[in-house]
Design a protein around this ligand. Sequence first.
Ligand code: 13P
Length: 246
Amino acid sequence: MTRPRPLLALNWKMNKTPAEARAWAADLAAALTPGGAELAVLAPAIDLPVLAGELPAGVALGGQDVSRYEAGAYTGEISAGMLRDVGATYVIVGHSERREYHAETDAVVAAKARQAQAFGLVPIVCVGESLDVRERGEQVNFTLDQLRASTEGVGENLIVAYEPVWAIGTGRTATAEDAEEMAAAIRGALAGLYTAGAQSFRILYGGSVKPDNIASICAQPNVNGALVGGASLKVADVVAMDNALK
Ligand SMILES: O=C(CO)COP(=O)(O)O
């Protein structure tokens, strides 16, 4: 079976104004060449309308978070319908930064994923262990428990991103073997949770992915792409990562 095109999902986090987003999109359009990954830009909500008009054809858009509610008195929240309306097709749910700084529980993450799917968005559900869990050697059990709880009632049209917390923004990447070990375990768990075939799920790795390590990580049999933070901000790095996946 030929492998599906990898997904290069670019999580800008809280970076780039709309004007900066516009310039980034123009630079990307000038530098991107065909034949690489499927690209998705996961931008601050305020940048999405600008990007929708400026991104090169075929580059997808997504949000970084979504409300678990449909509409109403939830000051500061962005709904799934709003994201969909500006052209998003993906949304991250349960990023470790939201779990940590905004006290999001697995139940909240699952509610957000269900809400995203109700509006036709594909949730990118993030899971992954902290350093103390890894040092105890409990990373597989921890991450699979988190996955099951974060996908409660969630349909099968989802992407799972394995992002070990100790590798995010630290320059300390999991080895390709660590990423593969967990991606394989996640695939096995998804096959048990859903009726779709195990190979139909897309599983991403995230945590200090850069142009020089993306190819070896994405070459792992169970890794279908990367969720990239820091290296998503510079077009040159994005193009280098995309070229590395050709
Ligand atoms: O959190 C991440 C992507 O969601 C990873 O961030 P870095 O690539 O900056 O380590």
